[in-house]
Design a protein around this ligand. Sequence first.
Ligand code: DGJ
Length: 716
Amino acid sequence: MRIHRILAMGMFFITLMANAENVIRVSTNQTDLVLKVADDGRLYQSYLGEHLKYEADLKHLPQGTEAFLTHGMEDYFEPALDIRHADHNASTLLKYVKHEVSKTEDGATQTTILLEDPVYKTQVQLYYVAYAEENIIKTWSEIANMEKKAVNMAKYASSMLHLTGGKYYLSEFSGDWADEAHITTTPLAFGKKVMDTKLGSRANLFTPPMFILSVGEPATEESGQVLFGQLGWTGNFRFTFEVDQKDGLRVISGINPYFSEYELKSKETFRTPEFFFTLSQNGLGQASRDFHDWARKYQLKDGQEDRLTLLNNWESTFFDFNEEKLLGLMGEAVKLGVDMFLLDDGWFGNKYPRKDDHQGLGDWEETADKLPGKVTALVEGAQKQGIKFGIWIEPEMVNPKSELYEKHKDWVITLPNREEYYFRNQLVLDLSNPEVQDYVYGIVDNLMTKYPGIAFFKWDCNSPITNIYSPYLKEKQQHLYVEHVRGLYNVLERIKAKYPKLPMMLCSGGSGRIDYKALSYFTEFWASDNTDPLERLFIQHAYSYFYPAKSICCHVTSWNRNANIKFRVEVAMMGKLGFDIKRADMTEDEAQYCHDAVVNYKRLRPCIMEGDMYHLYSPYEGPHVVNQFVDKEKKQSVMFTFNTNPRYGERNAPVKLRGLDADRMYRVREINLWPGASSWLGCNDKTYSGQYLMSVGLDVLTTHKLLSHVLEITAE
Ligand code: DGJ
């Protein structure tokens, strides 16, 4: 390999020309992405697949398809890049210039490839960061305008990947408020399938930026080649899947170019969002565990730290509370044994008190007659009772009936010459405006400065961008969707810099805004306002493909009382456990059961929060759902079993466990038992080898509707 230049910067960093075979290899322990520079000087993706053991084989790989296809040249399908140059010529041709390999601060291997248009000098850098152990590749592009005048980018993808294999099955996650993340799998045939969103702020209301793509045949939990993709962009995204005439598939990921043609000034560089993917040869389970491991280690805010169990007041009070009621609820939180009390919406506004969702949003002063002692009384009240205090905000939004709107209509995204229309009676603040960014940052900073005892924020976002017009951007309206998200990141970056350890929940009327860039600022997200445990089994299942349990907030509420509290708690225990329920609605036994479950949950932290998750029975496959978590040392495991709507007389096979040490003995114990009850499961308090548990399994499924069991499996 010819070394072009070596820079010693305390880390491995070399600039290279492509080697004798002109091969650039991006590898994890499981995957290879092989790029080649062809005789025409362009960059091709010649392979994406299982890690190749023998370097000598690389020369046999075909040239493949151009890696980052551009508009205006020989390709007849969807391009990754489409630039209108200053002279109105819309063609771009990219040639390889050089590439660099370096180690990132977190120990991953970064490959940066520089491409350039010989005519317009447009530069594109392709970045690939490979996390070897976790088998994740993070990739994005940077586009630099080297012309003397501005250019317009009509399309500017983060990533383009090519797959071969002829048969592809795409799983998407779509839904709506309280109905999030239905998994639908469809085969891809010739032509295009586009998944995108145009909602701006609550961008993922109908679908989050993630997909699963099986190659060859639909993957199962344990088998099949499958690619998981996720775009780190908290705004409009677009994934394009296009099958060409030779059955090749291109996957293009990035910002949705819809109403977002971006003008790039001379010498300006545009960095696209990061696209994260993993390619598993062993089905969905492996890919999901790789995503969890990577996220905890590298991406999720405080990914390796503990999480706070909590009691939220939203469903028990809605807007109807005062200081006394809240202090009483804190007492209930203490009895429950949770770590924190979380005050939700409705605590602010004086000229227009926030008595419902029609007014007050934007006026972040405590409502005097509701909270005479202000937040101080609540923080102190919590401290006295020995728990933490967290608070809800929705800082990017405003009700037209608010002092903020009266004072600063120029800060609001709204059309100047039309009647306003509202989503949940509110409007979105214009985060492209740096003054507004300061204001939004100030909401958190002022609260933290006044009340340093605040231990947690729930950051909500209930409206998409409506009435789309930015008073700040004036003639650059088509930049709004992009600049709004960049403005949000500026704010979140400042908050993270000043309060690096402050846990925050990302909420958007449920999970209407969820992606891995946002989760670098948030410790967790609210999966859905729908807390019916039967619905939650589906919603949590879908999210658990990409997100580890500790990031998925799951609260026990009174939704669907046909399911008893044990069933509801056990569904919530498979994520980050919280409660949003009135003690007065519970019997003594129910309250005792909840308390004991919190104790168990905290003890099981190494498996549920940090361990490996196995989907043993999916809610999509029948009337039983079983998930198992195993700690990394294989010493402790917990299995959650739910019988949802089984048939009379149904026959069920034993459930085979996963991830244990075959040669170890494990004691199986049913936990989370009802106060005073004992287990009637035959396997309770018996010892089995790991091999037996994994190859013979346990008889735990029943034909009782809405019945759940939790088994703790401990190495002896
Ligand atoms: C929507 C959230 O999803 C709920 O949990 C709650 O915080 C409300 N907003 C408050 O307005």
